[in-house]
Design a protein around this ligand. Sequence first.
Ligand code: CP
Length: 319
Amino acid sequence: MTPAAGETPVWTRKHLLTLRELSREEILYILDTAESFKEVSTRSIKKVPALRGRVVVNMFFEESTRTRVSFELAAQRLSADVIDFTEKMSSTQKGESLVDTARNIEAMGVDFMILRHPSAGAALDLTRAVDCCVINAGDGQHAHPTQGLLDLFTIRETKGRIEGLNVAIVGDIAHSRVARSDLQGLLKLGAKVTLVGPPTLVPAAFRQLGASVVHNLDAILPEMDVVNMLRIQKERITSSVFPSVREYVQLFGMDRARLKRCKPDVLIMHPGPVNRGIELAADVADGPSSSILRQVTNGLAVRMAVLFLCQQAASGAAA
Ligand code: CP
């Protein structure tokens, strides 16, 4: 993955903030690098020295299981030292700002900050305050680039391609950073994307981003190669956006009957955490069409690739 002497490197960024700013070539380069790193996790000694002597700080200001643990494990597998910053035990509770907190942590000699924050744009703000690499692990409703990348990786691994596939993203599009990152990545790699859900959760304005917007899941299911079921984000929904959870499940939940309307080789995805019985019936979530746990496995390889490439770029004093 290291370019030959004189060759222009594809990846020159020391930060990863969104998929919107990446080219198709950059996205494919991360996916190809992640393929190499996936092999590391199959070895008896699951470690390479790529980030030996580097320090990675996980700064999570919102709850997380998959992203937090997988960034920690990815950094460990690259032989970095990892610090888990715990917001609730930190001086942010005494009023210290995010920027002051970050500058103080950086003063201890940190190479990476992995930031999850409830405010859109928080990771971008951080890049203006510190010199180390900043990776956006989810900022408000704005972006979740490594989730987008791991979803792309999983689709490509399963289907052998992304170009020309019909992909539905179903549910709470309005509040979803995953939907935004998936949409940006899928369109760049040539998929046709249909956003599905009640009008209150799937605004028509999303058509301007290059997707189709529909409100009838059953009508489009037979054409889909991939169906990505998003979580209903109770914590972000401030008004009544559908009459009842029961009605939502009837119209937009994926159960066995609805699965039968799909192509036999349809891929059912979900970024997690799953509200079982709402977005997905338990037997679909755990069934052969589901890639939920494979997505998590692939997230580790994708995050190793992102850490590795951003470190290489930072070492070369890149963008
Ligand atoms: N998919 C995802 O971001 O999960 P976590 O919130 O558990 O990290």
